[in-house]
Design a protein around this ligand. Structure first.
Ligand SMILES: Nc1nc2c(ncn2[C@@H]2O[C@H](COP(=O)(O)OP(=O)(O)OP(=O)(O)O)[C@@H](O)[C@H]2O)c(=O)[nH]1
Ligand SMILES: [Mg+2]
Length: 200
Protein backbone atom coordinates (compact mmCIF):
# COMPACT_ATOMS: atom_id res chain seq x y z
CA UNK A 1 0.00 0.00 0.00
CA UNK A 2 1.21 3.52 -0.78
CA UNK A 3 0.47 6.41 1.56
CA UNK A 4 1.52 10.04 1.58
CA UNK A 5 3.92 10.84 4.42
CA UNK A 6 5.07 14.43 4.01
CA UNK A 7 6.41 17.15 1.76
CA UNK A 8 9.89 18.39 2.49
CA UNK A 9 12.37 20.97 1.33
CA UNK A 10 15.26 20.82 3.80
CA UNK A 11 17.05 17.67 5.00
CA UNK A 12 15.72 18.08 8.56
CA UNK A 13 12.22 17.67 7.12
CA UNK A 14 12.97 14.38 5.33
CA UNK A 15 11.41 11.28 6.88
CA UNK A 16 13.96 9.56 9.07
CA UNK A 17 14.00 5.85 8.26
CA UNK A 18 16.71 4.47 6.00
CA UNK A 19 14.53 2.84 3.40
CA UNK A 20 15.16 2.45 -0.30
CA UNK A 21 14.10 5.69 -2.00
CA UNK A 22 12.64 5.40 -5.48
CA UNK A 23 12.90 8.89 -6.91
CA UNK A 24 10.74 9.98 -9.86
CA UNK A 25 12.67 12.58 -11.85
CA UNK A 26 12.22 14.27 -15.22
CA UNK A 27 11.07 17.32 -17.06
CA UNK A 28 8.06 19.21 -15.72
CA UNK A 29 4.76 17.79 -17.00
CA UNK A 30 6.36 14.51 -18.16
CA UNK A 31 3.97 12.54 -15.95
CA UNK A 32 5.91 11.74 -12.76
CA UNK A 33 3.01 12.19 -10.35
CA UNK A 34 0.62 10.45 -12.77
CA UNK A 35 2.95 7.46 -13.00
CA UNK A 36 2.99 7.03 -9.22
CA UNK A 37 -0.80 6.99 -9.25
CA UNK A 38 -0.92 4.58 -12.20
CA UNK A 39 1.65 2.14 -10.79
CA UNK A 40 -0.05 1.93 -7.43
CA UNK A 41 -3.64 2.39 -8.62
CA UNK A 42 -4.21 5.33 -6.30
CA UNK A 43 -4.61 9.09 -6.44
CA UNK A 44 -2.09 9.97 -3.72
CA UNK A 45 0.12 12.13 -5.94
CA UNK A 46 -1.29 15.46 -7.14
CA UNK A 47 -1.21 15.91 -10.91
CA UNK A 48 -2.00 18.84 -13.17
CA UNK A 49 -2.02 19.79 -16.83
CA UNK A 50 -0.22 23.00 -15.79
CA UNK A 51 3.54 22.39 -15.62
CA UNK A 52 5.12 23.02 -12.22
CA UNK A 53 2.44 21.33 -10.11
CA UNK A 54 4.89 19.58 -7.77
CA UNK A 55 6.94 22.12 -5.78
CA UNK A 56 8.50 20.12 -2.98
CA UNK A 57 9.96 16.68 -2.36
CA UNK A 58 6.88 14.56 -1.68
CA UNK A 59 7.53 11.37 0.24
CA UNK A 60 5.21 8.38 0.07
CA UNK A 61 5.62 5.15 1.97
CA UNK A 62 5.38 1.88 0.06
CA UNK A 63 4.78 -0.32 3.07
CA UNK A 64 4.76 -3.73 1.33
CA UNK A 65 8.49 -3.51 0.68
CA UNK A 66 9.73 -0.84 3.13
CA UNK A 67 10.53 1.72 0.46
CA UNK A 68 9.81 5.38 -0.07
CA UNK A 69 8.59 6.84 -3.33
CA UNK A 70 9.75 10.41 -3.82
CA UNK A 71 7.86 12.62 -6.24
CA UNK A 72 9.96 15.67 -7.03
CA UNK A 73 9.34 18.85 -9.02
CA UNK A 74 10.23 18.73 -12.70
CA UNK A 75 12.94 20.71 -14.44
CA UNK A 76 12.88 22.65 -17.68
CA UNK A 77 9.85 24.78 -17.06
CA UNK A 78 11.28 27.98 -18.49
CA UNK A 79 8.36 30.20 -17.58
CA UNK A 80 9.23 30.00 -13.86
CA UNK A 81 11.38 32.82 -12.47
CA UNK A 82 15.14 32.20 -12.45
CA UNK A 83 15.35 32.27 -8.63
CA UNK A 84 12.77 29.51 -8.43
CA UNK A 85 14.65 27.38 -10.95
CA UNK A 86 17.86 27.84 -8.96
CA UNK A 87 15.94 26.92 -5.79
CA UNK A 88 14.83 23.71 -7.51
CA UNK A 89 18.37 22.81 -8.43
CA UNK A 90 19.64 23.41 -4.92
CA UNK A 91 16.83 21.42 -3.30
CA UNK A 92 17.47 18.50 -5.66
CA UNK A 93 21.23 18.56 -5.22
CA UNK A 94 20.98 18.64 -1.44
CA UNK A 95 18.50 15.76 -1.54
CA UNK A 96 20.46 13.62 -3.99
CA UNK A 97 23.68 14.16 -2.05
CA UNK A 98 22.16 13.64 1.40
CA UNK A 99 24.15 11.23 3.54
CA UNK A 100 22.82 8.63 5.96
CA UNK A 101 19.82 7.83 3.81
CA UNK A 102 18.75 4.50 2.37
CA UNK A 103 19.82 3.45 -1.11
CA UNK A 104 18.34 5.30 -4.04
CA UNK A 105 16.98 4.27 -7.41
CA UNK A 106 15.94 7.00 -9.87
CA UNK A 107 13.20 6.58 -12.43
CA UNK A 108 14.05 9.08 -15.15
CA UNK A 109 10.93 9.85 -17.14
CA UNK A 110 10.97 11.15 -20.68
CA UNK A 111 8.05 11.96 -22.94
CA UNK A 112 7.86 9.55 -25.89
CA UNK A 113 7.77 12.37 -28.42
CA UNK A 114 10.66 14.35 -26.99
CA UNK A 115 14.37 13.97 -27.65
CA UNK A 116 17.18 13.28 -25.23
CA UNK A 117 18.37 16.79 -24.37
CA UNK A 118 21.08 18.58 -22.44
CA UNK A 119 18.99 18.55 -19.23
CA UNK A 120 18.65 14.76 -19.33
CA UNK A 121 22.36 14.43 -20.04
CA UNK A 122 23.23 16.67 -17.09
CA UNK A 123 20.86 14.83 -14.78
CA UNK A 124 22.27 11.45 -15.75
CA UNK A 125 25.83 12.72 -15.22
CA UNK A 126 24.80 14.03 -11.85
CA UNK A 127 23.10 10.76 -10.84
CA UNK A 128 26.22 8.88 -11.82
CA UNK A 129 28.37 11.27 -9.80
CA UNK A 130 26.26 10.65 -6.67
CA UNK A 131 26.15 6.88 -7.42
CA UNK A 132 22.43 6.64 -8.00
CA UNK A 133 21.45 4.09 -10.66
CA UNK A 134 18.52 4.92 -12.90
CA UNK A 135 15.99 3.29 -15.16
CA UNK A 136 14.54 5.16 -18.09
CA UNK A 137 10.76 5.30 -18.36
CA UNK A 138 9.34 6.60 -21.63
CA UNK A 139 5.91 8.08 -20.85
CA UNK A 140 2.62 8.96 -22.58
CA UNK A 141 2.86 6.22 -25.21
CA UNK A 142 -0.91 6.45 -25.72
CA UNK A 143 -0.31 9.74 -27.53
CA UNK A 144 1.43 8.06 -30.49
CA UNK A 145 -0.15 6.15 -33.33
CA UNK A 146 1.03 2.55 -33.59
CA UNK A 147 3.49 3.10 -36.46
CA UNK A 148 4.97 6.22 -34.83
CA UNK A 149 5.23 4.40 -31.53
CA UNK A 150 7.13 1.56 -33.18
CA UNK A 151 9.64 4.07 -34.54
CA UNK A 152 9.95 5.87 -31.22
CA UNK A 153 10.49 2.58 -29.37
CA UNK A 154 13.21 1.68 -31.83
CA UNK A 155 14.76 5.11 -31.29
CA UNK A 156 14.84 4.75 -27.49
CA UNK A 157 16.05 1.16 -27.64
CA UNK A 158 19.00 2.23 -29.79
CA UNK A 159 19.81 5.53 -28.12
CA UNK A 160 23.37 5.72 -26.84
CA UNK A 161 22.51 7.82 -23.75
CA UNK A 162 25.87 9.31 -22.93
CA UNK A 163 28.35 7.28 -20.93
CA UNK A 164 25.84 6.33 -18.25
CA UNK A 165 23.27 3.93 -19.64
CA UNK A 166 20.09 3.12 -17.71
CA UNK A 167 19.70 -0.19 -15.85
CA UNK A 168 16.60 -0.81 -17.90
CA UNK A 169 14.12 0.82 -20.25
CA UNK A 170 10.32 0.83 -20.04
CA UNK A 171 7.44 2.28 -22.07
CA UNK A 172 4.30 3.32 -20.22
CA UNK A 173 1.03 5.15 -20.38
CA UNK A 174 -0.48 6.38 -17.14
CA UNK A 175 -3.70 6.89 -19.07
CA UNK A 176 -4.20 3.36 -20.48
CA UNK A 177 -1.90 1.76 -17.86
CA UNK A 178 0.02 0.02 -20.65
CA UNK A 179 3.46 -1.02 -19.41
CA UNK A 180 2.68 -0.09 -15.80
CA UNK A 181 2.51 -3.62 -14.43
CA UNK A 182 5.95 -4.36 -15.93
CA UNK A 183 7.45 -1.34 -14.14
CA UNK A 184 5.62 -2.28 -10.94
CA UNK A 185 7.04 -5.81 -11.05
CA UNK A 186 10.53 -4.45 -11.72
CA UNK A 187 10.28 -2.12 -8.71
CA UNK A 188 8.93 -4.77 -6.37
CA UNK A 189 11.74 -7.16 -7.31
CA UNK A 190 14.33 -4.39 -6.93
CA UNK A 191 12.94 -3.27 -3.56
CA UNK A 192 12.74 -6.83 -2.20
CA UNK A 193 16.33 -7.44 -3.21
CA UNK A 194 17.47 -4.32 -1.31
CA UNK A 195 15.38 -5.30 1.72
CA UNK A 196 16.83 -8.82 1.68
CA UNK A 197 20.40 -7.49 1.51
CA UNK A 198 19.71 -5.05 4.36
CA UNK A 199 18.28 -7.80 6.57
CA UNK A 200 21.09 -10.31 6.02
N1 LIG B 1 -2.03 11.27 -22.56
C1 LIG B 1 -1.35 11.12 -21.42
N2 LIG B 1 -1.29 12.15 -20.57
C2 LIG B 1 -0.60 11.97 -19.41
C3 LIG B 1 0.04 10.75 -19.09
N3 LIG B 1 0.66 10.90 -17.91
C4 LIG B 1 0.40 12.15 -17.50
N4 LIG B 1 -0.36 12.80 -18.38
C5 LIG B 1 -0.85 14.19 -18.30
O1 LIG B 1 0.29 15.07 -18.27
C6 LIG B 1 0.03 16.17 -17.39
C7 LIG B 1 1.15 16.28 -16.36
O2 LIG B 1 1.11 15.15 -15.53
P1 LIG B 1 1.80 15.16 -14.09
O3 LIG B 1 1.77 13.74 -13.61
O4 LIG B 1 1.21 16.20 -13.21
O5 LIG B 1 3.29 15.57 -14.50
P2 LIG B 1 4.56 15.85 -13.55
O6 LIG B 1 5.74 15.29 -14.25
O7 LIG B 1 4.29 15.33 -12.17
O8 LIG B 1 4.63 17.44 -13.58
P3 LIG B 1 5.32 18.45 -12.51
O9 LIG B 1 4.79 18.11 -11.15
O10 LIG B 1 4.89 19.79 -12.99
O11 LIG B 1 6.79 18.27 -12.62
C8 LIG B 1 -1.35 15.91 -16.79
O12 LIG B 1 -2.30 16.65 -17.55
C9 LIG B 1 -1.58 14.43 -16.97
O13 LIG B 1 -2.93 14.07 -17.08
C10 LIG B 1 -0.07 9.68 -20.02
O14 LIG B 1 0.46 8.58 -19.85
N5 LIG B 1 -0.79 9.92 -21.16
MG1 LIG C 1 4.28 16.28 -10.37
Amino acid sequence: MVTYIKSAKDPREYPAAKFLEIVFVGRSNVGKSSLINALFKTKVAKTSSTPGKTHLLNFFSWSDVDAYLVDVPGYGFARRPKTEREGWREMMEVFLQAQNRGQRLALLLIDVIREWQAEEEMLVDYLSWVHIPYVLVVTKIDRCRKDTLRKRMHFWQNCSFSSHPPLDLFFVSARTLEGCSTVYKYLITYARKIKYVQET
